[in-house]
Design a protein around this ligand. Structure first.
Ligand code: RP5
Length: 170
């Protein structure tokens, strides 16, 4: 008798971060992907501490089926740019709020890419992580109708929540 296999679908999105300390922020990307039913993986990959792992992750991303990489890093945040240098899979950069400079360093490190190697850059912190996930879902929607439907439903719920609670005194 054959043993039933747990068939978890291959990840379409990779969430990577420079340090375990970034998880507090990046968990918001994972939670959004989870709630929209987007298959994803989560890894710590550091541009500075594990550069060889970074190169390997980026150079195998497309063949492993990843269609977007959400990369969060703080401080001298080279991770998103270096990933983008090694793969044509779209990289969505999330600046993590650093202790010393409140994430302005992270934001500028990620957003100021030279022409030729693009990184889409999101807001500093939790909002950026959540929006990067929503953006990845929107990128996947045309070829994955279930993800598109989940995204539409999320947006409708969000709209309803505002419309049904539009008196701020209550
Ligand atoms: C960056 O350095 C990481 O992305 C993290 O935001 C920051 C601090 O890392 P830890 O010292 O907390 O490991 O590479």
């Amino acid at each position: 008798m054959s043993v039933p296999q747990s068939a978890s679908p291959a990840p379409l999105v990779g969430i990577v971060m420079g340090s375990r300390s970034d998880w507090e922020t990046m968990q918001h990307a994972a939670a959004k992907l989870e709630s929209l039913g987007v298959p994803h993986e989560v890894r710590v990959v550091s541009a500075h501490r594990t550069p060889d792992v970074l190169f390997d992750y980026a150079s195998t991303a497309a063949e492993r089926g990843l269609r977007a990489i959400i990369a969060g890093a703080g401080g001298a945040a080279h991770l998103p740019g270096m990933l983008a240098a090694k793969t044509a899979v779209p990289v969505l950069g999330v600046p993590v709020q650093s202790r010393a400079l409140n994430g302005l360093d992270s934001l500028l490190s990620i957003v100021q890419m030279p022409a030729g190697i693009p990184v889409a850059t999101f807001a500093i912190g939790n909002a950026g992580a959540a929006n990067a996930a929503l953006f990845a879902a929107a990128m996947l929607a045309p070829q994955h109708p279930q993800i598109g439907a989940a995204l539409d439903a999320f947006r409708q719920r969000q709209t309803d929540e505002v419309c049904n609670n539009d008196d701020p005194r209550q």
